[in-house]
Structure formats: structure tokens, C-alpha cells
Design a protein around this ligand. Structure first.
Ligand code: HEM
Length: 413
């Protein structure tokens, strides 16, 4: 009997759709059709992931917000049943110290308070002028260099790398090293030993740097963390891992949004004109929200596990069940955003889930918003003739990274 039941369960698991699902050819910005079908059928469904486990997948906007703020839903990856993104992430979980990303309240609240200060809206807003200077300088270089050029290497990567280096106190001269290793650490297609080597290289780099900040502090986030280590509020290991997390999260995501958002606007000239001709900064800020919604670049889903039984939308998520929160699906939920498959920069899109929701909502969102506002608000005004230099079919999209983006974006003007 037990065998029959186990057999039936594994048959049911085999029939569940495998996640992540492929996108449709020729639709580079839409969520995979199978995810859209899941949301239409049941916003709280089941999937099968790489290790054969069958977590829940949450595709509805409202259900996501309910679960991401539910104290019975945990981000702690040491809890049994946690649905890991890759085998590598599973392997390292037991060696990773407690960080903002893998803890729940009250520990999460304590750790987040420790790193919140530099990311508060007011402190970030003070960076508008320096960021404008960085963007203007890079556009000067673009315009005086060869035409066509790759917008990813000329603008999308250097803006967030320069900004996060400045904020953290990491020498920008090392950007090739940290860009390459962050990419490897997060790539689902990378061999686990390559991801491990990349993470180890980043940790020892940050550990070295933190060591120097302990004796020669500067005006930066790493120095602030070094002071907390000296005061006994944080361990050195926690500070190093937090530094690595910020370095990775701080440039990969925003770089991706700059490249892909520019592509969307170049493909939608009437929307681009609204951004280019905007006199009111609120118009550009609104366009940033809509592009964040439309693109929802985090493509592996947020990962959680239930610690108690939870009844939601006519389903019961049992304690120990894994939960995958698919942000793109929710941001294309027609109940939350009518005509969600259309990019419309005038739409009130701020209630999107692209930065997550609840206690783990993106720490760097004010910084990302500011960088994107400055880039989109400057690029099309200063380079009004900007156009794609190759047919869109020739572009290569990254389907295996934590974020979805374009590898390069050849543009002419
Ligand atoms: C467009 C750019 C960005 C996007 C789309 C994005 C997206 C996200 C999302 C969806 C989460 C929630 C993860 C979860 O709940 O499991 C998150 C968390 C986080 N993000 Fe971002 N992010 C961006 C930029 C940044 C930047 C610039 C930083 C700078 C340091 C950053 C640092 C973090 C950190 C540290 C967390 C973990 C927060 C916590 O668990 O309490 N992100 N981000």
C-alpha cells in the first residue's frame, strides 16, 4: 500500500511542470507561456524543480503579497524542505553565516537594521548629482568613441559598478574581477565547483579589503561594517558575506535593467518619446516603475519554505513545503495590471513586486531606482538618434542567470 502511494506520488510529481520554464521564441520580454497558463488556472500551483522536489509556485499578485508578509513563511534555507535554486546553493547553505537574505525575524530585523542606513531614501537621494556626473561622463565617452558601440559595456555595466564601488568602498579598478565572479556565482548553468571558486574568490577579496578598512577606515559602507565588527555588533564573517551580497546584488541587477529597459524603449518608439521629452522628473520615475514591472528581471523566483500549515486561496500549504514566488507572473497578472502584456510608461505601476515584498524587500531599491531614473532620463535626451544596430533576433539573452538580460546591446546613433 505504502509503495503504491509512493508510486502515485512520484507519478504526480513527474506530471508537474518543470521550473524554470522556457520563454517563447520571439517573445523576449514575456514570462514563459507555461507560467502564464499556471497563473490563469491556479495562482497557487505546483511545479517540479532540479532535485525532483515539488514546491508550490505562487503566480498571483495578491497571493504573493499575502505569503511574503506571512510570518509562517521562512527565508531560512536551513529549514527542511527549502527549495534551492541550484545544487551549489544547497551545498553551501550550511556554511553560509546568518545574513539578511537567509534569516527571519527577529534575527533578520537585527541584521537589516545594521545595513539599512546607507540605503535610506534620503541618503541615496544625495547621490543624484554624483550619479548624473558618472552617467554624463560615460555618455561623453560613448559619443566620442566608435559608432556603433555595445551599450552594455559602455553604460549598463559601468554605471552600477562605479556607483556600488563608491558606496561600498571597493576599488573600481577591480571591476572586471568582481563582475566576472558575480556572474559565475549566480549562473544556474555554471558547474557547482566554478560557482564555489567564484564565491570563494569574492569572499577572500572582500575579507582583505575589510581588513584594510579596520585600520584605515573611509567614508563608505565597508568601513561602517568594519566599525561594527570592532564594536562586536557583527562578526567579520557576517560583514564579509554581507559585502559580497551587496557587491553582487548591487551591480548585476541594475546593469541588467539598464540594458533590457533600453531595448524595450528602442522597440517602442512612442513610449521612448514620452521618456525623452519628459519635463517632469515624475514621468521618468513612473517609466522606471513600469519597466521594472514589465521586465521583472529576477527569473528564478524568490525561495521560501512554510514553517506551519497555511490555508490560502482554497489550498493548504503544509509545514515543510517549499514555495517559489514567481515575480514576473505576478507583475503580468491582469487582475493587478489590466493589459499587463503592454508596456505603458504612463501606467501607475508602483505596486509591482519586482523588488519583492515584505521584510526582505530589496535593500537597494532606492539606489536602483535612482540609477535607472538618471540613465533613462539622460540617455535618450542626449542621444536622440539612438537605435539598435542589429536586428533584435540577433541579440543573445541570458536565460540561466538569476536575472534575465541581454549579453550585449549593439547600438548606433
Ligand atoms: C533593478 C535592480 C534590482 C532588482 C530588480 C532587485 C531585486 C530584488 C529582489 C526581488 C529582492 C527580494 C529577495 C527576496 O525576497 O528573497 C531583493 C533583495 C535584496 N536586494 Fe535587490 N534588486 C535590485 C538592486 C539592488 C541593489 C542596487 C542592491 C544594493 C546593495 C540590492 C541589494 C539587495 C539585498 C541586500 C537584498 C536582500 C534583502 C533582504 O533579504 O532583507 N539590490 N532585490
Amino acid at each position: 500500500m505504502a509503495e503504491t502511494l509512493a508510486g502515485a506520488a512520484s507519478d504526480a510529481a513527474r506530471e508537474m511542470p518543470e521550473f524554470p520554464m522556457p520563454r517563447a521564441a520571439g517573445c523576449p520580454f514575456a514570462p514563459p507561456p507555461a507560467v502564464e497558463e499556471l497563473r490563469a488556472d491556479n495562482p497557487i500551483g505546483r511545479i517540479r524543480i532540479w532535485d525532483g522536489s515539488t514546491p508550490w509556485i505562487i503566480t498571483g499578485h495578491e497571493a504573493q503579497r499575502a505569503l511574503l508578509t506571512d510570518p509562517r513563511v521562512s527565508a531560512n534555507d536551513r529549514n527542511p524542505g527549502f527549495p534551492f535554486v541550484t545544487e551549489y546553493r544547497q551545498q553551501i547553505a550550511k556554511y553560509t553565516p546568518e545574513l539578511v537574505v537567509n534569516t527571519d525575524a527577529p534575527e533578520h530585523t537585527r541584521l537589516r537594521r545594521m545595513v539599512n542606513g546607507p540605503f535610506l531614501v534620503k541618503r541615496i537621494e544625495a547621490m543624484r548629482a554624483p550619479i548624473q556626473k558618472i552617467v554624463d561622463g560615460l555618455i561623453d565617452d560613448l559619443l566620442s568613441g566608435p559608432n556603433p558601440a555595445d551599450l552594455v559595456t559602455a553604460l549598463a555595466l559601468p554605471v552600477p559598478s562605479l556607483v556600488i564601488s563608491e558606496l561600498l568602498g571597493v576599488p573600481y579598478a577591480d571591476h572586471e574581477f568582481f563582475q566576472e565572479n558575480s556572474g559565475l556565482a549566480l549562473d544556474r548553468a555554471a558547474a557547482p565547483e566554478d560557482s564555489r571558486a567564484a564565491s570563494t574568490a569574492l569572499s577572500s577579496y572582500l575579507d582583505d579589503l575589510l581588513g584594510r578598512k579596520l585600520t584605515e577606515p573611509g567614508e563608505d559602507v565597508l568601513s561602517e561594517m568594519a566599525a561594527r565588527v570592532t564594536a562586536g555588533e557583527m562578526t567579520r564573517d557576517e560583514a564579509v558575506h554581507m559585502g559580497v551580497a551587496m557587491l553582487i546584488a548591487g551591480h548585476e541587477t541594475t546593469a541588467t535593467m539598464i540594458g533590457l529597459g533600453t531595448l524595450v524603449l528602442l522597440q517602442n518608439p512612442e513610449q521612448l518619446a514620452l521618456v525623452r521629452d519628459a519635463r517632469d522628473p515624475k514621468v521618468v520615475a513612473g517609466a522606471v516603475e513600469e519597466l521594472l514591472r514589465y521586465l521583472s528581471i529576477v527569473q528564478v523566483g524568490l525561495r521560501r519554505v512554510a514553517t506551519e500549515d497555511i490555508e490560502i486561496g482554497g489550498q493548504v500549504i503544509r509545514a515543510g513545503d517549499g514555495i517559489v514566488v514567481d515575480l514576473h507572473a505576478a507583475n503580468w497578472d491582469p487582475e493587478a495590471f489590466p493589459g499587463a502584456d503592454r508596456v505603458d510608461v504612463t501606467r501607475p505601476a508602483r505596486k509591482h513586486n519586482a523588488f519583492g515584498y515584505g521584510p526582505h524587500q530589496c535593500l537597494g531599491q532606492s539606489l536602483a531606482r535612482l540609477e535607472l531614473q538618471v540613465v533613462y532620463g539622460t540617455l535618450f535626451r542626449r542621444v536622440p538618434a539612438l537605435r539598435l544596430a542589429v536586428p533584435v533576433e540577433e541579440l543573445r539573452f541570458d536565460h540561466t542567470g538569476t536575472t534575465y538580460g541581454v549579453d550585449s546591446l549593439p547600438v548606433a546613433w
